[in-house]
Design a protein around this ligand. Structure first.
Ligand SMILES: NC(=O)c1ccc[n+]([C@@H]2O[C@H](COP(=O)([O-])OP(=O)(O)OC[C@H]3O[C@@H](n4cnc5c(N)ncnc54)[C@H](OP(=O)(O)O)[C@@H]3O)[C@@H](O)[C@H]2O)c1
Length: 362
């Protein structure tokens, strides 16, 4: 049977360490977990089985392996040290017999986005980011439809637009919407991106280094690598949709607590074909995975054992190809979730109604 492995790592240190080591998760503080993670070896997490292609009936087997670093630790430590630990985790995947390796969350953000890691391993590597992009853009289009926001008249914003995921999401959204605001920290890089993306038949594109400018947008896709929240309730206009692709999250939990006129959706969740069992709770309901995991699985189902998405510049052609291949094997955009809970049709109706009222009383 063909095989894959996927590297995960703790994102919310106490919660995620508790999933594997309940007592340590309870006793240690976040700072202690950060500190001890430096000395921890890669951790075998679980075997993944049951994945079955809808197109071919082929089954693949996989493994989760954890790189012990938290996002904060990966930003604090020298790049070489972080690479070394991820490569060590990759070697553990090789020993298990994996034929391809996916890099989850921050292990794909660090440094050159997988290039150095791939060159140090014998098996091919993908960050999974091409399918993450395809699903994030699909999710925001679907959320706009449910919220009655006509895409071709809408103003959208991408927060973290200079990043690898953000810039290609912006490129795709520029085809759909009337106005697009590119938000980031470096004006010169934002301007270069705007110049590359603008053209006839595209959105009117502007740039900003102030996250507050999301107030002008109804559709917001946020995908920064910040380790703290960057989007807060007071910055959002009624009736807006925020698709949060970042892990850790960009959107403050206060948005869910205080704004019932805004739809926040988690970016990147898909249904997996076949009776999949991950034998590990990474926070999703049964049968669902992150899009970046799905990209790795699709490549195994296709028998495409080659480096796929690597480096900071993601190609549109790869996004379209992996979207088509994943759809063929039966991966689908999942129902929406927000802050780890399913979003029901009834909730969307309530948000629409509240948004309508807030907009009328402004
Ligand atoms: N949901 C999923 O399945 C999935 C899959 C893969 C990755 N991710 C997540 O996606 C996020 C981005 O990944 P990436 O590979 O695109 O990273 P990246 O290439 O490093 O880009 C990150 C972007 O965030 C910006 N940024 C960083 N810190 C910021 C801050 N404090 N305030 C505002 N902007 C800030 C950066 O701006 P500068 O250019 O100024 O540095 C850059 O534009 C990460 O959270 C990652 O974990 C999610």
């Amino acid at each position: 049977m063909d095989t894959f492995a996927f590297i995960i790592h703790p994102i919310d240190p106490k919660r995620d360490v508790s999933r594997k080591y309940p007592i340590l998760g309870r006793l240690l503080t976040e700072r202690q977990i950060d500190f001890f993670s430096t000395f921890f070896p890669p951790v075998y997490i679980s075997e993944i089985d049951g994945i079955t292609s809808q197109a071919t009936g082929k089954q693949v087997q996989g493994w989760f392996i954890a790189c012990p670093y938290t996002p904060r630790r990966m930003l604090e430590l020298p790049e070489r040290t972080v690479y070394r630990k991820i490569i060590e985790t990759g070697h553990a995947a090789e020993k298990l017999g994996a034929q391809i390796l996916g890099l989850g969350a921050f292990t794909s953000v660090v440094g050159d986005a997988g290039v150095t890691i791939a060159s140090a391993l014998d098996i091919p590597v993908t960050t999974g980011d091409s399918y993450t992009v395809a699903i994030a853009v699909q999710a925001i289009r679907e959320a706009a439809r449910l919220m009655d926001i006509p895409l071709n008249q809408a103003t959208a914003a991408v927060v973290g637009a200079t990043g690898s995921i953000g810039s290609i999401c912006a490129e795709l959204l520029a085809d759909d919407v009337a106005e697009l605001i590119l938000i980031g920290r470096r004006e010169d890089v934002l301007e270069a991106l705007r110049d590359r993306l603008q053209g006839p038949g595209k959105a009117v594109i502007t740039t900003s280094t102030h996250v507050d400018d999301i107030a002008r947008a109804r559709l917001i896709l946020t995908v920064t690598s910040a380790v703290h929240e960057v989007i807060h309730p007071e910055q959002l206009q009624p009736g807006s949709v925020v698709c949060d692709v970042a892990r850790p999250r960009d959107v403050s939990v206060m948005v869910a607590a205080t704004r019932n006129d805004i739809l926040v959706i988690d970016g990147g969740m898909v249904d997996v074909p076949g009776p999949v069992d991950f034998h590990f709770n990474f926070g999703f309901p049964p049968g669902k995975a992150y899009a970046c995991m799905a990209e790795t699985i699709t490549l195994a189902l296709e028998g495409r054992f080659e480096d796929y998405t690597l480096g900071k510049r993601i190609s549109r052609q790869r996004v379209e190809e992996i979207a088509a291949l994943s759809a063929k094997h039966g991966f689908r955009l999942s129902g929406f979730r927000s802050f780890e809970r399913a979003v029901t049709d009834q909730q969307i109706e309530i948000v629409r109604r509240n948004a309508h009222q807030s907009r009328r009383s402004r």
